[in-house]
Design a protein around this ligand. Structure first.
Ligand code: ADP
Ligand code: MG
Length: 506
């Protein structure tokens, strides 16, 4: 390790109330390297990197950047000096154009001033658009146009706008905080290209991801965090999957990760059925039966129609033709689905499944109103509290208290709150769209065990996933979708491999 250190963190501590987010953390980031950070949800990865990039301040400890004291005043300030961060949560403003987002807070640069009044200037729009487009082009995102309204872009393209905004400043250190989980292969390739270019230019990258394969592929060095402490740093030659996992959770994995059996049997009773459903290119004359006690896996590429299928099964999407039947009668809408004890965990859980500006208590409680409210509106606070606390305990949600805002929770814990909302209701049918995306292995294992327990209780689960391993690991029956149709049905089997499945997807 003879390479020059560009960023150094020394003995850093950070608390949030009673939570110790960082405990004596020291890290060195070297030029010409991609430094990985891994650890379970809530281990402190975002906290340490956001302190490095000026978003918040540490309670104690020192930082050095290029050998000098580093005390960033703000993110923009840090970026001007060469340290930029692609944040985990969304960082664009929807109501303005792409170009305005790229130059947010800096539009003065493009102003022409009148003779006597420096305050009122016209923004040289054309020039700003040109510069913004150049920034987009340079990262390989030419498909996004600078004039477009940001609100019209999907999640991935908004993320790319953020990346362009940072890269236009030509940073020497780039932090990538779990960005790749929300991106498709195209977006990922853009990020990998940027990271590799920075490496070649003798700059540095700090890369955070839950995807162990990905991290082992791209990183030169990997630091493991657990409960706010640095556990170990591995160099590329020392990478070993089991060793990394063990150091993340502090013990060897206990018990099965997925379910241990290959008995793919379930009840004959059909609980939910899709009949001759059509919806654009997402579903084409689609038929499907879900049985009592079945875990049905649905796999495919992201545009194959499987995410739409999830919504349709929950009554959240109007079909052009065909019907969804619940216990033989037609399912009307979402309210009807909830009445019939169907639960749905959306893929984009921050937007669709959780109210981030509300407490854990409120989020879990909405699912159970009919359990502890008289006549559906008079809430009995003691009963509500008991109900919510039970869900928090059952799922071991890591939080300070139930009245804490959901927005402050880590990804895995947010996901547990979503689960709590639906499981608390006693859902008979649970539709899970990419439930373990961005969730660490400890939480994942807990979720798999929960799904299996529900199956054993005679409940039905539909798991839609882009992760083939978990479909193989959990499903009684697996369908592979392509272009709105079922390409292949595969029963549970010990010999099923990922390549068997991928064959039918593409
Ligand atoms: P990671 O990125 O590794 O998932 P974080 O750095 O986001 O973890 O969080 C570390 C710990 O600090 C967690 O317990 C988290 O709940 C807590 N935490 C982070 N940010 C805040 C905040 N703004 N308010 C309260 N607690 C926070
Ligand atoms: Mg984080």
């Amino acid at each position: 390790m003879g390479k020059e250190v560009i960023v150094e963190v020394k003995h850093m501590d950070k608390r949030f109330g009673s939570t110790i987010a960082l405990n004596d953390v020291s890290i060195e980031v070297r030029r010409g390297e991609i430094q990985g950070l891994i650890g379970e949800n809530g281990s402190g990865k975002s906290t340490v990197t956001s302190i490095i990039s000026g978003m918040q301040k540490a309670d104690s400890g020192q930082m050095l950047y290029k050998g000098g004291k580093w005390e960033p005043l703000s993110m923009l300030w840090a970026l001007e000096k060469g340290i930029g961060m692609i944040v985990q949560e969304s960082g664009t403003v929807p109501g303005i154009s792409v170009a305005e987002n790229i130059f947010l807070g800096e539009t003065d640069r493009f102003k022409t001033f009148g003779n006597d009044d420096k305050k009122w200037g016209m923004v040289k729009r054309k020039e700003m658009m040109k510069e913004a487009q150049k920034a987009l082009d340079s990262i390989g995102a030419s498909h996004i146009k600078a004039e477009q309204m940001t609100a019209m872009l999907d999640m991935q393209d908004r993320k790319l706008v953020e990346i362009a905004k940072i890269m236009i400043k030509n940073p020497e250190v780039l932090v990538v905080d779990e960005t790749t989980t929300t991106l498709s292969q195209i977006g990922r390739d853009i990020i990998y290209k940027i990271m590799n270019r920075m490496k070649e230019e003798n700059k540095a990258v700090i890369f955070i991801s839950h995807d162990l394969d990905e991290i082992m592929n791209v990183c030169d060095s990997l630091t493991v965090l657990r409960d706010g402490k640095i556990i170990v740093t591995f160099s590329n030659e020392e990478f070993d999957e089991e060793l990394i996992k063990t150091s993340m959770i502090g013990r060897e994995m206990q018990g099965d990760y997925y379910r241990g059996d290959y008995d793919g049997s379930y009840d004959d009773e059909v609980v939910l059925e899709v009949k001759d459903a059509s919806l654009g290119n997402q579903l084409k004359n689609f038929n499907l039966k879900i049985h009592r006690g079945e875990i049905l896996g649905v796999g495919g590429l992201s545009h194959c129609g499987m995410h739409t299928l999830g919504k349709v099964l929950f009554g959240a999407c109007k079909l052009e033709t065909g019907r969804v039947l619940i216990k033989g009668r037609e399912l009307k809408d979402e309210a009807d689905a909830m009445k019939e004890q169907i639960g749905y965990v959306a893929k984009d859980r921050d937007v669709e499944s959780l109210c981030l500006n509300a407490s854990i208590r409120d989020n879990i409680a909405v699912g159970g109103l009919d359990r502890f409210a008289l006549h559906k509106f008079l809430i009995l606070p003691r009963e509500e509290k008991k109900y919510v606390q039970k869900q928090i305990n059952d799922l071991s949600v890591k939080c300070a208290e139930m009245d804490q805002y959901v927005s402050a929770l880590s990804g895995g814990n947010k996901q547990k709150v979503v689960f709590g909302k639906w499981i608390g209701r006693g859902s008979e049918i649970l539709i899970l769209d990419c439930p373990t995306r961005g969730v660490d292995i400890g939480v994942k294992q807990a979720m798999y065990q929960l799904m299996y327990r529900m199956k054993k209780e005679g409940k039905s689960i539909i798991i839609i996933s882009e992760e083939m391993a978990e479909l193989i690991g959990m499903a009684d029956c697996l369908i592979i979708m392509k272009d709105g149709e079922i390409k292949k049905e595969l029963p549970r089997s010990e010999t099923l491999s990922e390549s068997d499945i991928i064959r039918y997807m593409i």
